[in-house]
Write a new protein. Structure first.
Length: 249
């Protein structure tokens, strides 16, 4: 009944007004976070798309959005750490994407969609992002005093999505705390890079399939021959993952 009601209500919604409201919210968030030195913002508003192509306007990637870019070392926090911190602290905020780490350095980015926000939420998100990027929790990003876990070799990895799961495998080459290797999915594969810090592990890769690209950013902990954590899926949200060290039969 809920789905039927949603379908019946769809033609009655004022989609142009919704997009104007979402546009105002991303502009508010951009203005707030843009005050942080070294942070760059980009707004994709897709103005006029409702009139030009109503079907395309329904697609997720054509909703107004805010992209935030910065240098991890310069600002003092990475995009993956921003995503995690916002999810794990109050008031909880879920953003669409967070990529890059303080440890890895280089470019970081975060992406925010306003489509599920309620009035007042944009102000909360704007304030949280500004505070986090202008005064990052450096103590949480500190390096562990524990020796780096030994993860070299092949691991069988399972990703648990909201609906269903996928079996992958990763092979790590480890030099001290630095990782390289290969991540093989069900159809595609990619070269991974990452690091181990005590029992914490982080690795990432990008895989291409025809005209599409898929990025993975794994963060988690290692306990002997098992590991688990969360994986960022680029513009497709996040999922949980578990892995076991491969043992030949």
């Amino acid at each position: 009944m809920g789905l039927l009601a949603a379908v019946e209500m769809w033609p009655q919604r004022d989609h142009a007004a919704e997009r104007r409201r979402w546009t105002g919210w991303v502009q508010e968030m951009a203005a707030s976070v843009g005050r942080v030195p070294g942070v760059r913002t980009r707004l994709d508003l897709f103005e006029g798309i409702v009139e030009r192509d109503p079907i395309m306007a329904l697609k997720w990637e054509r909703k107004p959005r805010l992209d935030i870019h910065w240098d991890s070392k310069e600002v003092g926090i990475g995009g993956a750490e921003v995503l995690q911190h916002l999810m794990r602290t109050e008031p909880q905020v879920a953003i669409r994407l967070g990529e890059g780490t303080l440890r890895g350095g280089g470019d970081s980015r975060a992406r925010v969609y306003p489509t599920f926000m309620q009035p007042g939420d944009a102000n909360i998100v704007a304030d949280r992002l500004y505070r986090l990027l202008s005064n990052p929790p450096s103590a949480e990003m500190g390096k562990s005093a524990k020796p780096a876990a030994d993860v070299g070799g092949r691991w069988d990895l399972q990703i648990e999505f909201i609906y269903g799961s996928a079996n992958h495998k990763v092979t790590f080459q480890q030099q001290g705390d630095v990782l390289s290797g290969e991540h093989v999915g069900e159809i595609t594969s990619g070269d991974l890079t990452g690091w181990v810090d005590g029992d914490r592990i982080h690795f990432r890769d990008k895989q291409d399939y025809e005209a599409a690209s898929f990025s993975y950013e794994f963060e988690g902990t290692v306990a002997g021959d098992t590991a688990q954590g969360e994986v960022g899926l680029g513009g497709y949200g996040s999922a949980r993952w578990t892995a076991k060290r491969y043992v030949a039969a």
